[in-house]
Design a protein around this ligand. Structure first.
Ligand code: PNS
Length: 161
């Protein structure tokens, strides 16, 4: 059974994440999408809501499950016997930090990292930009799954924008 984890903040999930998850799911028997619980950084959506939005986004991928983790990613991988981390790369600027983390995770626990280059149509997407655009009333309908779009619109309405 080939297993991998696709970790991230997913605050919120974008079409870029969905692209990477979909392609990683085709390479492994089981893919766990793991949301980081970061007590030092609240984010826009609580972790439970991020997970719910992710679950809705991957309903058509039967070998994908959604989970959360705190602490070191390598500990999560070791506890669940997951030997591979999958990460999306949007641009060379992502690569420097991702390479460093990949090398560190391999040194810490022998866990390999597989990089998936994002599709060019979604290479410019980031959760931060999506949140910024939605906060100021911009149209993000082509950038995120429908449920995320609706939830962002609700946030913008509540904050009176
Ligand atoms: O979506 P993000 O914010 O780019 O995801 C970053 C994430 C969650 C993959 C990374 O911060 C992480 O692995 N955090 C867990 C803590 C950890 O293992 N740190 C050591 C990395 S070498």
């Amino acid at each position: 059974m080939r297993r991998a984890v696709c970790p991230g903040s997913f605050d919120p999930v974008t079409n870029g994440h969905v692209d990477v998850i979909t392609r990683a799911a085709a390479l492994y028997d089981e893919l766990v999408v793991a949301v980081l619980v970061n007590p030092g950084k609240a984010g826009l959506f609580p972790v439970e809501e991020r997970m719910e939005l992710l679950r809705e986004a991957v309903t058509e991928l039967p070998n994908v499950t959604v989970d959360s983790f705190s602490g070191l990613l390598v500990d999560y991988c070791r506890d669940r016997d997951i030997p591979v981390i999958v990460k999306g790369l949007r641009a060379v600027s992502d690569f420097e930090y991702e390479l460093q983390m990949a090398q560190m995770n391999r040194e810490l626990a022998g866990i390999e990292t597989l990089f998936v280059p994002t599709a060019p149509q979604v290479g410019h997407l980031s959760s931060s930009l999506v949140k910024q655009i939605a906060t100021f009333g911009g149209d993000v309908s082509r950038l995120v799954p429908k449920a995320v779009h609706d939830r962002l619109a609700e946030h913008a309405r509540r904050s009176g924008r």
